[in-house]
Design a protein around this ligand. Structure first.
Ligand code: 13P
Ligand code: SF4
Length: 336
């Protein structure tokens, strides 16, 4: 079947099944085209929570579909390919977390949404890149915090909140960890007039925060949902510091409101399709064309079609695990 036919069949099956298609910002262009809603991890969980549809086809990675299933236990949540995992979520198991918690019995545990349901079930709070700062700020200052599993996001949150009692799990995402400080500095020198949008999972985040947040008098944007202000706009040695740290949806919002003609995007390349489509008058340049998440790209149009046709692959979380994980997610949604 060609792309046009597949799109028509998907639309027909969607009506027949009373389904909604949710897609993450990193999905392939043709998959984004058939989605009812595109967003970051937080927006997609909120959408899953509010939809009336009976079936959710989740075009993203496994932990995202699991989160939707935890929030909506009465709905059928499908992922078009069960192999679509996440290298970051795989850096910690529930057993490792339990051992870590035993070393810090009075700590509050905050997990990034990029974790399995078993790990979420062991945590007090969940967070996404757009609300991690807010979630950590809501925890009394005298309580130690265990933050997991992303070390770059963790270091960013610790810096913005100025929290000294945060312990951070040494996990990383292979796509974002590859976006190194040297690469960003090179691009900053090349594109002096551009604004730089950086996902806090990037391997460059710690040094960029230090460089622009502490080193050169440029304040760091401490609200990664894109509504914040206080980001830097200064210069040092000819290097612009028009640098913002944002979640993927924060980047989308920022791209719309920015008066810059050119923006450099430091995250997975899939987001550029939507950015260009929504802002045809602006130029968007990926920080690296190698920043590709192979797991996100496993979801193809053909698999979305099969998913709806055969009602596969259902993502279900064991009841007690889901109940405990839901607590952490609901605490996050309440703060938001
Ligand atoms: P966002 O929540 O910013 O979309 O990030 C999710 C993710 O997996 C980033 O790699
Ligand atoms: Fe996971 Fe990284 Fe892919 Fe995001 S980009 S889904 S963190 S592997």
């Amino acid at each position: 079947m060609g792309e046009v036919d597949l799109k028509q069949e998907i639309a027909r099956l969607k009506r027949e099944r009373d389904a909604v298609i949710l897609a993450h910002n990193y999905q392939l262009p043709e998959v984004q085209d058939v989605a009812d809603f595109i967003g970051d991890s937080l927006a997609l969980s909120q959408k899953a929570a509010s939809t009336d549809a009976k079936v959710i086809v989740f075009c993203g990675v496994h932990f995202m579909a699991e989160t939707a299933s935890i929030i909506c236990p009465d709905k059928r949540v499908l992922i078009p390919d069960l192999e679509a995992g996440c290298s970051l979520a795989s850096t910690i198991t529930a057993e490792q977390l339990k051992a870590w918690k035993n070393e810090h019995p009075d700590a509050v545990t905050v997990c990034y949404i990029n974790t399995s349901a078993d790990v979420k079930a062991e945590c007090d709070y969940c967070c996404t890149s757009s609300n991690a700062v807010k979630v950590v700020k809501s925890i009394p200052e005298d309580r130690p915090v265990l933050f997991l599993p992303d070390m770059f996001l963790g270091a960013y949150v610790a810096e913005v909140t100025r929290r000294k009692n945060m312990y951070i799990w040494p996990g990383e995402c292979h796509v974002h960890a590859g976006i190194r400080p040297s690469l960003v500095l090179e691009m900053l020198k090349t594109y002096r007039d551009a604004e730089f949008l950086i996902h806090p999972e990037c391997g460059c985040t710690t040094s960029m925060v230090y460089y622009f947040g502490n080193g050169n008098g440029c304040a760091v944007n401490n609200n990664s949902n894109g509504n914040g202000n206080g980001h830097g706009n200064g210069h040092d040695n000819g290097i612009s510091c028009n640098v913002k740290f944002l979640s993927t949806e924060g980047m989308m919002r920022y791209a719309r409101q920015s008066s810059a003609r050119r923006l450099i995007v430091a995250t997975e390349v899939g987001i550029l399709y939507r950015m260009k489509k929504e802002n045809p008058e602006k130029e968007f340049i990926p920080i690296s064309s190698d920043a590709v998440c192979k797991y996100m790209k496993m979801i193809t149009l053909e698999k979305v079609y099969r998913s709806l046709r055969d009602m596969v692959y259902e993502v279900k979380v064991q009841q007690d695990t889901a109940r405990r994980a839901r607590r952490a997610i609901e605490r996050m949604l309440a703060i938001n």
